[in-house]
Every structure is written in C-alpha cells, then in structure tokens.
Unconditional design. Structure first.
Lengths: 111, 113
C-alpha cells in the first residue's frame, strides 16, 4: 500500500531556516499536503502542492517537490519559537479521498 | 474563519460500551471524513462520507464502526462495543469537493478502560 515517511525530529535555532523532508511511495499521488499540529490542537493545513508543480512559495513557507524521487520538502524561513510543532506530510492519490499521512516531524526551535 | 468543531474533547469509556463522537463540519462542505491517531502512531484514514453514503473506507472501519449525518449540521462516528485498542485521538475533517483540501477538527481523545 501507499506509504509516507518522515524523519521524527528536527531542532533549529530561532532565525535559522528549517527543512522538513518527506518521501512517499505512491506514484499516482496528485496532491501533497503539509499539516501542522500544535500541542493539544488539531491538524492545521499549512500548504499543499499539486503533483504537476515542483515548487510553491507562501510567505515564509517553500514547498519543493521532486516527483521523480518522490520527495517533498517544507522549508520554513526565519523560524520562530511559535513554529515549534509537529509537521505532517500527507498525500492523496488519483481518485482517492483518503489521505495517507507520515508519522510527523517534531520541530523544536531553540531561542 | 469557518472551522470544524468536535465534541467532546475527551471521552473516557469502559470496554464494551458504545460511544458516539460528534463533529460539526464547515457549513458549506459536502464531504466528511474520520481519521484516528493511536498514541505514537500515524494518522490513519477511517472513512469518507458523501450524499448520506460511505464513499470510501479503510480496513480499520469494520462492523463495529458506523457514521451518520443525523441532521444538516452534525456528522457522527459510533463505535458499538469499544475495545482497549480503540483508544486514540479521533479527527473529523470536511472538504468542499471530492478532491478539495480537507480541513480538520481539533480531535476527540477516546480512552477505553
């Protein structure tokens, strides 16, 4: 079945850039998403990218998609302590509504 | 900004009891979903629902589970006879169209004793 993998933990200093990586196996993935989960809260949609794009920028967030390698990354510029959270990569394949999630990357921002 | 809401935020129940988890999707959305996240594990898809029917379900969504849209605003997940392994965070989501972005609620933490 489809699988999405992420590294579990990333620690950066405030003001640095953070890069969170994700790999997926489903070659029919059409939509790829990044969700953020703060402690005790739900899943907040951060951004998404269609599979026919290779980059999307939204303020401090840059998403890069390498479809050949099935690799997705989320770059957060000028990382702030408020960015500390768990970041989930998720994908949906052609015709499927079910999202397949990665295990989440816990981002810790050191002041 | 419209959001998905879920009640209760935390439900504790005894094994074998029935529980109903409630969700109010975003008002103009037509597609509804349930996911769950067992502590320390990935978020897993359970079921999607459209036009008063289940449109997709996972292997997890067995006969113990059911979903319903009892009125124009609520969307519920019922677990008939809870097991210890049903303990998890349950997330409701909704979307405007079948492939539109899914917006998630804050989750209900279910603890089965």
């Amino acid at each position: 079945g489809e699988d999405v993998e992420q590294s579990l933990f990333l620690s950066v200093r405030e003001g640095d850039s953070s890069v969170i990586n994700c790999t997926y196996t489903d070659s029919s993935s059409t939509y790829l998403y990044w969700y953020k989960q703060e402690p005790g809260a739900g899943l907040q949609l951060l951004t998404y990218i269609f599979s026919n794009m290779d980059m999307k920028q939204d303020q401090r967030l840059t998403v890069l998609l390498n479809k050949k390698d099935k690799h997705l990354s989320l770059r957060i510029a000028d990382t702030q302590t408020g960015d500390s959270a768990i970041y989930f990569c998720a994908e949906a394949g052609t015709g499927r509504r079910a999202l397949t999630f990665g295990s989440g990357t816990r981002l810790q921002v050191q002041p | 900004e419209p959001e998905v809401t879920q009640t209760p935020s935390h439900q504790v129940t005894q094994m074998g009891q029935e529980v109903i988890l409630r969700c109010v999707p975003i008002s103009n959305h037509l597609y509804f979903y349930w996911y769950r996240q067992i502590l320390g594990q990935k978020v897993e898809f359970l079921v999607s629902f459209y036009n008063n029917e289940i449109s997709e379900k996972s292997e997890i969504f067995d006969d113990q589970f059911s979903v319903e849209r009892p009125d124009g605003s609520n969307f519920t997940l019922k677990i008939r006879s809870t097991k210890l392994e049903d303990s998890a965070m349950y997330f409701c989501a909704s979307s405007g169209g079948p492939l539109d972005t899914q917006y998630f609620g804050p989750g209900t933490r279910l603890t089965v004793l």
